[in-house]
Design a binder for this molecule. Structure first.
Ligand code: DGL
Length: 274
């Protein structure tokens, strides 16, 4: 059943963005760059991070609570800035809530299909994203392709530790991408919001022939398309404010968040979700 929203969204209402933690800030950054007038509210579910190895039911439960919180804050649309939550909860969220809800998998898949020439596409992501097969399904809806997947559970802790280059990052990246290289892929989707930080090490290990696609830019474009279509793009009255909420440890979010976001992450507020 759809949740009722009392007041109709207007163009100057904010956009709600959420992720399990910091990673979605890369998507928020891209939205802020593409649509600087839009007010943005970010929610990082730091009490439940990581989502990558959690069950579908748990991800749906967390995601519904977060979207309800964002809707109480009068957002006009929701961006699921997390691949795992997009893979496991997006369709439920779209059925439950009236506001437009978009994820990162469809925009990322479209970008990969248009980048690939030989239609051999690799996907790396968390266990949840890879096991859901969301990317192969989405890619093949757009264009028939061979899709090769690899889950990379060690990448998220590596990025959060800041070990994105050097000996350790190199050997872990090599181990994960080797099976994909033997498939002759020409495009690789970075199917997790943390992975763009490993871009350099991935490029080094994949060589020049493989194009890396991260969904942040493509998702920001999709946000623009949806708002335009619904006549909800912010007008000049908006100042483009940025607000940050988390479910635990705002200090840590602020400290690490500044590595993930192009602007300063400040005044992070903790919200009790349980
Ligand atoms: N944000 C998650 C994703 O994009 C990665 C971090 C996590 O496992 O929670 O899949």
């Amino acid at each position: 059943m759809q949740e009722k929203q009392k007041n109709k969204a207007t163009s100057n209402n904010p956009i709600g963005i959420f992720d399990s933690g910091f990673g979605g800030l890369t998507v928020m950054s891209a939205i802020n760059k593409a649509l600087p007038l839009e007010n943005l509210i970010y929610f990082g579910d730091s009490a439940h991070v990581p989502y990558g190895a959690k069950s579908k039911n748990a991800i749906i439960k967390f995601s519904k609570k977060i979207v309800s919180f964002l809707i109480k804050n009068r957002v006009k649309m929701i961006v699921v800035a997390c691949n795992t939550a997009s893979a496991l909860a997006l369709s439920v969220l779209q059925k439950t809530f009236k506001s437009p809800v978009i994820g990162v998998i469809e925009p990322g898949s479209k970008a990969a299909v248009s980048a690939s020439k030989n239609k051999k596409i690799g996907v790396i992501g968390t266990d949840g994203t890879i096991n859901s097969k969301s990317y192969p399904k989405e890619i093949n809806k757009i264009s028939k392709s061979d899709v090769y997947q690899q889950s990379c559970p060690l990448f998220v802790p590596l990025v959060e530790e800041g070990w994105v280059e050097g000996e350790i990052a190199d050997s872990i990246v090599k181990k994960y991408v080797e099976p994909l290289l033997s498939k002759n892929i020409d495009t690789l989707i970075l199917g997790c919001t943390h992975y763009p930080f490993l871009r350099k090490t991935l490029e080094k290990n994949l060589g020049k022939g493989v194009i890396l696609v991260d969904s942040a830019k493509a998702t920001a474009q999709e946000v623009k398309n949806v708002l335009k279509q619904k006549s909800l793009l912010a007008s000049g009255k908006n100042k483009g404010f940025l607000k940050f909420y988390v479910s635990d440890n705002p200090e840590k979010f602020q400290a690490i968040g500044n590595r993930f976001f192009s602007k300063r992450v400040s005044r992070v507020k903790k919200i009790e979700m349980d």
